[in-house]
Design a protein around this ligand. Structure first.
Ligand SMILES: *[C@@H]1O[C@H](CO)[C@@H](O)[C@H](O)[C@H]1NC(C)=O
Ligand SMILES: *[C@@H]1O[C@H](CO)[C@@H](O)[C@H](O)[C@H]1NC(C)=O
Ligand SMILES: *[C@@H]1O[C@H](CO)[C@@H](O)[C@H](O)[C@H]1NC(C)=O
Ligand SMILES: *[C@@H]1O[C@H](CO)[C@@H](O)[C@H](O)[C@H]1NC(C)=O
Ligand SMILES: *[C@@H]1O[C@H](CO)[C@@H](O)[C@H](O)[C@H]1NC(C)=O
Length: 422
């Protein structure tokens, strides 16, 4: 097939939401669903996810239909979890949770606020909401920013843990009832904090202020991780923050002088704060590992390293080095990102024509999809790493007792022919 045809075909899909990816993924998704009951090789019988948009699968659009307007954001959100979107689990900002579910042989986790049948809970659920923060004390203006990329939602980590506790007390959580998987045999996946740092930088906090906030953010996360243990979780994975200083959104919103960029073009200040956060989180998780040694397993997963590996060696991972840091879906100089014309919205071209913000033909050539949220291939790589004992501590944390993760449906969901840049 000619490159041209491929580009236009996937671009069409982008706007139709449903469509061409069905043919590629349906067989595997069906196999996944029919094999979703716990088998001898299954690692965990359920999956519960807590976080912000980096792991969310549709809660924000349910909670705030006008702000996360389904119609206008459709194109933006269709970049993620195409197989899952087709399976009816809704618009989303991320497919990290879908890949995690696939690795576990489970069907994609429903969005907690979007479920309407208890059967949708039988393999767990996703509590993550786009725009959620660990801490609450941010400028009130940040709550009402009309730009959804900078929108904060009021469902912090504590609230999400409370939802989990409420849910456990409301439904009978024996696996045999098909209601909720036993939490002691489920994986609890926590990835939050990115929105906290985005809000601080976009509120013009100084680097000193941002660094000073790190202990507060991490301590609150650590408290939540411990709470999960106290209320019955036995496996809790704390995922660290990815290099936000390499995302098109941060790069275009917070530009620096030449000395502010590392050898790969990422923002050093932002990544310094993120690394500080990660280091502190690692120590907190290590403490929990020691404290609850025989009772619970706490796992640290290094999303930063998994993603930064790609930044250091884009070609080795099949990315386009020249376009790596440009958003796939977006308009704007240098990084293909503009705060006023984000993916899913419209823009006015030089000749005055208003049109949908365009997307590139091969999302997996880029680090991010829409500037802020990582492309599907970054998510796929991270989850494969974690389930293959790479960038995870302890190494077998996600594959206890020699269970076998399931990578059968991990093939590329989007076109596999690299795009030629215009
Ligand atoms: C979404 O936005 C479109 C166009 O701006 C509008 O017509 C529609 O009513 C909105 N839908 C919701 C649920 O707010
Ligand atoms: C809720 O249930 C109805 C009927 O079973 C179904 O058509 C609809 O898609 C479901 N909605 C969600 C969000 O799952
Ligand atoms: C989980 O809890 C149930 C009910 O208390 C118990 O029967 C089961 O053995 C526990 N599983 C593990 C792995 O501890
Ligand atoms: C942050 O600083 C920029 C540049 O000085 C300014 O345009 C913007 O309004 C400021 N934002 C806030 C939230 O103060
Ligand atoms: C941004 O992406 C669109 C779609 O791929 C493309 O048409 C445009 O040329 C890109 N702009 C830049 C500066 O990369």
């Amino acid at each position: 097939m000619a490159n041209r045809e491929l580009l236009s075909a996937s671009q069409r899909c982008m706007y139709m939401l449903m469509g061409c990816f069905l043919a590629i993924t349906l067989t595997d998704s069906m196999l996944q669903v029919s094999g979703s009951t716990t088998s001898a090789a299954a690692c965990f019988s359920g999956l519960f996810i807590f976080g912000d948009s980096l792991v969310e699968t549709g809660n924000a659009a349910v909670a705030f239909p006008a702000r996360f307007n389904k119609t206008t954001q459709q194109a933006a959100l269709s970049g993620f979890g195409k197989a899952a979107v087709l399976a009816g689990t809704g618009v989303r900002f991320s497919d990290v949770g879908d890949f995690t579910a696939r690795a576990l042989g489970l069907s994609p986790p429903s969005a907690y606020l979007n479920r309407n049948q208890s059967s949708q809970l039988s393999t767990g659920t996703n509590f993550a909401v786009g725009g959620s923060t660990v801490l609450d004390d941010y400028p009130t203006g940040s709550l009402s920013d009309p730009n959804f990329l900078l929108t904060r939602t009021p469902f912090n980590l504590e609230t999400q843990i409370q939802w989990w506790r409420d849910l456990k007390s409301q439904v009978n959580f024996k696996a045999t009832d098909g209601q909720l998987p036993p939490v002691n045999e489920s994986l609890h996946f926590v990835l939050m904090g990115a929105t906290d740092y985005l809000l601080q930088y976009s509120s013009n906090f100084s680097q000193h202020q941002v660094l000073a906030s790190v202990p507060f953010i991490v301590n609150r996360i650590a408290k939540s991780l411990e709470e999960l243990h106290v209320y019955g979780a036995q496996t809790v994975v704390a995922v660290n923050l990815p290099p936000l200083g390499c995302t098109s959104a941060f790069l275009s919103m917070f530009p620096g002088n030449s000395e502010d960029y590392d050898a790969y073009g990422c923002l050093k200040t932002v990544n310094t704060a993120i690394l500080r956060h990660n280091q502190k989180l690692f120590r907190a998780v290590s403490r929990l590992q020691r404290t609850y040694k025989s009772m619970s397993s706490f796992v640290y997963a290094d999303f930063y390293k998994s993603t930064y590996d790609i930044v250091e060696n884009p070609e080795q991972f099949g990315y386009d080095k020249a376009a790596l840091l440009k958003a796939c879906c977006g308009v704007g100089e240098t990084y293909n990102f503009s705060q006023t014309s984000t993916c899913g919205g419209t823009w006015v071209s030089d000749d005055g024509v208003e049109d949908q913000v365009p997307a590139c033909g091969y999302p997996s050539s880029r680090l991010t999809w829409d500037g802020f949220h990582f492309s599907e291939s970054v998510a796929r790589t991270a989850v494969m790493n974690f389930f293959q004992e790479k960038h995870v501590q302890p190494a077998n944390g996600l594959v206890p007792n020699y269970c076998k993760p399931n990578f059968a449906s991990f093939q590329q969901d989007d076109a596999v022919v690299p795009e030629t840049e215009p």
